[in-house]
Each structure stands twice: as C-alpha cells, then as structure tokens.
Write a protein that binds this ligand. Sequence first.
Ligand code: IMP
Ligand code: MG
Length: 181
Amino acid sequence: METVTAKGLEVLYSRQQIADRVAEMGAQISRDLNGEKLVMIGVLKGAAFFLVDLSRAIQAEATFDFVAVSSYGKGQRSSGAVKLIKDLDHSIEGKNVLVVEDILDTGLTLAYLRKLFLQQHPKSLRIATLLDKPSRRMEQIEADYVGFSIPNLFVIGYGMDFAERYRNLPDICLMPVENQE
Ligand code: IMP
Ligand code: MG
C-alpha cells in the first residue's frame, strides 16, 4: 500500500481502506434498519464526503438533510462552544435518524446535536462517525457506528480540513506538524 501521497503527506487510511470500511458500515446499518426508512443528517461540511459514500452502501429508502455548526475556528483548537449555523430543513419527528459525522473528537458537537434532535422526538436516533478519537472526549457520547478509532492525531482529507483546506484529498492523511498552528 502507498503510505505517502504525491504531495509527501503520510496516509493514515487509503481510499481503498476507507471504501472497504464504509461498505461494512453500510451493510451493518442496513441490517439494523430491518427494512425501515432512514433520514440521514450530515454535519457540514466535513461529513458530506462520508455521507454520500455511506448512503450508497445502505440498502434502505433514505432521505437527506444537513446541519452546519461551528465549533472550531480557522485552526484546530475548539472554542468549546457549539453554534448552529444551519438548521434542519424538515421535521424528524417519528423518523429513524442517522446523524453522520466525520470525526467524533471532544464530543461537544454531537452532544449538542443529539440534544437538539431528541427535542423533535425521532423514532430512533443513531450516530455514525468515520473516525473516533476517544482519548479527547469531554462529553459522554459514543457513536453507534465507528469507521476507525484513532489516537490523538490531526487528520486531513476525505472531507476533513485544516483551515478549510485539504478536504478533497481522496485519502485520510496526517497533518504535517510544521503546518500546524
Ligand atoms: P468535537 O465537537 O470536538 O467532537 O469536534 C468534532 C469536529 O471537530 C469534527 O466534525 C471536525 O470538523 C473537527 N475535527 C476534530 N478533529 C479533527 C481532525 O483531526 N481533523 C479535522 N477536523 C477535526
Ligand atoms: Mg466537522
């Protein structure tokens, strides 16, 4: 396997490893749905890449909605506060909801969103995250579906950014230390 991209970035998970894992997650989610419909809610912007791939690995009738929150500024450091920038377009009352996130890090974002969404009384609410950094958790929250659990590393690519850059890298790469704030 290629471990360094053309730009010299170290690959943590290759596009093939991501595709294989996303297929497994989709199969698991499909089984758990038992033939019921699903509303997939993506957390913009990072989760958009994972959401479109995951949705095509799920065998169920699915609809989509998106929210946007701000928890990180231009760099990597969380301000601690989560603000809703874009709300849901449609009610999720009585629906089977799958919240799709790129990374579960401190848990502030998903804890905030879970509380917000539960106020609408969905039939079920589950969380799928591509990456999990359990060592960084500040809020008590776990995802129902985790792609890869990773140590405290800053990653870019496959939707994940550093100051809005690198989202379109096809592989998940490590952010070079010399570029970090
Ligand atoms: P949390 O509220 O701390 O769980 O933050 C989750 C959000 O932080 C994710 O949706 C990402 O946007 C961002 N984030 C956390 N770790 C990383 C990383 O390693 N690379 C890029 N974004 C990250
Ligand atoms: Mg994000």
